[in-house]
Design a binder for this molecule. Structure first.
Ligand SMILES: *[C@@H]1O[C@H](CO)[C@@H](O)[C@H](O)[C@H]1NC(C)=O
Ligand SMILES: *[C@@H]1O[C@H](CO)[C@@H](O)[C@H](O)[C@H]1NC(C)=O
Ligand SMILES: *[C@@H]1O[C@H](CO)[C@@H](O)[C@H](O)[C@H]1NC(C)=O
Ligand SMILES: *[C@@H]1O[C@H](CO)[C@@H](O)[C@H](O)[C@H]1NC(C)=O
Ligand SMILES: *[C@@H]1O[C@H](CO)[C@@H](O)[C@H](O)[C@H]1NC(C)=O
Length: 362
């Protein structure tokens, strides 16, 4: 390669950011503050409630309880690996948390509403603001290895929430009423992002919500009209609800890009990534896209609300590669790895910035 070609290649790499599976280092320590639900909970629920999610969770990677509702790593873990930084410590970790690369406020079961209940999005933001205040207070007392004022400004603020709001709404409301309620969820996300911005945050990474109607838990428990299945066997109305939420979330990102001076807001279409994984599951090596690896009852969904994964008597698949769904609600590590690589491709991002964009600016 000539000098010019090299220069071109570097310019190209800088432009598109990180390639999948090629770790892009950061020029400075990447700091990430994550907010959300079980899709990105690296142990917060377990720390908060003293609840031990043991085997089979963790069986393929960590081989010990971590509080992740998964057989291994979550998407957020793969994203951290890509930046060559440690996995995020849960905010509520009481023993030797390492917050120098950020904090994970995500807690399983969290939603945007209702407010002021552990651990809704606004409570996660209150925790974050307390963390910010105390970090600065301790720093002024001379403590080292804390998140600095500069770190708060340069950090990436990642958000992945909404799935539990939609689930709760669909459990009690008609489709029209669910859709009518979506702006109230979006409003909470708007408030959360403004709170982060007011603390100095200007780099945001927002995941939209996945295809709810393709989850084995939904397929195995909801009475579904035969006309309400799509060509891949997912529940259309639930997926339409997810898409309606995503349209509003996309609009929120566009609105905030106009209003927040100097902010960069990357909106990532998780829905398309996950739906593509289910629609083309065989091409990715998966055999049972709508069936839980861990559950009860066998095909077609291996999901029984009375004997769920982690309950006595549940059964467990042998090979995660055949399965996208770990427990009926959460994805397997094998699926998460592919989802993360698609995120890192930037193909599903708006704007198409690499995941390391925030730790490489001047
Ligand atoms: C804490 O995390 C940072 C960033 O990933 C890492 O460089 C450092 O070694 C960790 N510290 C300890 C004590 O593990
Ligand atoms: C953080 O500190 C500011 C000013 O010192 C105060 O107004 C605010 O209430 C504090 N927030 C929290 C969450 O402690
Ligand atoms: C199923 O859907 C069709 C078409 O939307 C509707 O006409 C029918 O009443 C529905 N059946 C039930 C049992 O809800
Ligand atoms: C935006 O960035 C410019 C240049 O770095 C800076 O001068 C300005 O104060 C920033 N504005 C806000 C609102 O942060
Ligand atoms: C990104 O999208 C383009 C065009 O659709 C496709 O050719 C390419 O393979 C995709 N790259 C990745 C890594 O998904």
């Amino acid at each position: 390669m000539s000098r010019d070609q090299e220069a071109l290649l570097f310019a190209f790499l800088a432009l598109i950011g990180c390639l999948p599976f090629v770790a892009c280092q950061c020029k400075k320590n990447p700091v990430i503050f994550n907010f959300g639900d079980s899709n990105s909970d690296t142990g917060g629920y377990s720390a908060a409630l003293g609840f031990n999610f043991g085997y089979p969770d963790g069986r393929t990677f960590f081989h010990q309880p971590t509080g992740r509702l998964c057989d291994g790593r979550l998407v957020i873990d793969f994203l951290c690996e890509n930046l060559k930084t440690s996995y995020l410590s849960p905010y509520l970790d009481s023993l030797e948390p390492n917050f120098t690369n950020g904090v994970n406020f995500a807690i399983s079961g969290s939603a945007t509403l209702p407010r002021y209940v552990p651990f809704s999005l606004d409570v996660q933001v209150l925790q974050f603001r307390r963390f910010h205040n105390r970090s600065l207070a301790f720093q002024s007392k001379g403590f080292k290895n804390l998140v600095s004022e500069e770190d708060f400004k340069n950090a990436l603020y990642t958000i992945d929430i909404g799935q539990n709001d939609l689930t709760a709404a669909f459990n009690s409301l008609s489709y029209a009423d669910v859709v009518a309620k979506i702006p109230t969820f979006i409003s909470e996300i708007r408030d959360a992002m403004w709170a982060m911005y007011l603390v100095g945050g200007k780099n945001f990474w927002v995941h939209n919500t996945g295809p709810l109607g393709c989850l084995p838990e939904k397929l195995g428990t909801r009475k579904t009209n035969a006309t309400d299945f799509d060509q891949y066997g997912c529940i259309k109305s639930l997926n339409d609800g997810a898409k309606a939420f995503n349209a509003k979330l996309d609009a929120l990102c566009q609105e905030l890009r106009q209003q927040m001076k100097n902010a960069t807001i990357v909106y990532v279409d998780m829905y398309s990534i996950k739906y593509d994984l289910i629609a083309n599951s065989a091409a990715y090596g998966f055999k049972n896209p709508l069936m839980a690896c861990c559950g009860y009852g066998g095909a077609p969904y291996n999901y029984n609300p009375d004997i769920k994964c982690r309950d006595r008597g549940c059964n467990l698949c042998e090979q995660e590669l055949a399965y996208i769904s770990w427990d009926g609600v959460h994805y397997t590590e094998a699926a998460n790895a592919i989802v993360a690589s698609r995120i890192l491709s930037t193909n599903y991002s708006q704007p198409r910035l690499g995941f390391n964009f925030f730790c490489n600016n001047a």
